[in-house]
Every structure is written in C-alpha cells, then in structure tokens.
Design a protein around this ligand. Structure first.
Ligand SMILES: [Zn+2]
Length: 136
C-alpha cells in the first residue's frame, strides 16, 4: 500500500501512526489475537506521538463503530434482500453472527478512524524519528 502513504486511509488500513505512518498503532496486527487485539502502544515507536491522549479519549470511537455497523447492515440487507431477493429472516441469521465475528475488526477500525480525525499526517515526522524535545 505504498501509494496510499500520506493518506488517512493508509493509517487506518495498515495499523499505522496517524502522524508519521511509520510506527504501529496497535501492538498486534492480528485482530483475532483475542488477548491483545485491543492493546495499543502508549506512544509511537517512530515519532513519539501520544496515542493515549487523555482518559476517555476513545469513547467517541463508539460512534464510529456504530456508524460502521449500521452502514454494513444497511448495505448487506439491501444487497441480499432487495436486489437478490433473499428471505429477510435468513439474511438476519447470517448477519448477526457475522457482526460478532467482525467485532474486533470494527473495534480497531473505529479507534484508528477516531484518532485520524484529530491527528494529521506530518511528512517531517515520517523522516525524522527523533521525538519532540519537551522543555520544562
Ligand atoms: Zn508516529
């Protein structure tokens, strides 16, 4: 995905820091590593961007997750029931377990979208991996 580097889509799909697109956001790339799928690094290993910005920062990502689930439900329902003529109840029987299965992916995608709303890509940070100097 080097063509997308520098876009928010790259950071979201490749599990990368929204500031430098170099360091990983979550500790594991596997959303089905159920012990660690939700663990993110405190700071970017490349540019030192703070991923745990403030307590409760990621509560807003629940709205993103809700919107993603609703959009997926509507699109799937319209595709299979309206366009292909499947029975509504059978589609729901398949959709509900599919949502449970996709929960870790939805959780991670929502958090990456949420932090990408607040943090912009910075090409300088991608080149220079020295963290910002904190002066007291
Ligand atoms: Zn970074």
């Amino acid at each position: 995905m080097p063509l997308l580097k520098g876009t928010k889509i790259y950071s979201i799909l490749a599990n990368k820091c929204p500031r430098c697109h170099e360091g990983d956001f979550f500790q594991t790339h596997n959303p089905y590593d159920l012990r660690n799928f939700d663990k993110l690094h405190d700071r970017c290993q490349h540019c030192n961007e703070n991923f745990t910005r403030e307590p409760g920062f990621y509560i807003g990502s629940m709205y993103i997750s809700y919107a993603l689930s609703t959009a997926l439900t509507v699109v799937t329902f319209v595709l299979f029931v309206v366009l292909l003529g499947f029975d509504e109840l059978r589609v729901l029987y398949v959709l509900l377990p599919a949502f449970v299965f996709l929960l870790p992916v939805s959780f991670r995608t929502a958090r990456l979208i949420w932090i990408n709303i607040f943090v912009r890509y910075n090409r300088q940070k991608a080149r220079n991996n020295k963290p910002d100097v904190v002066r007291l």
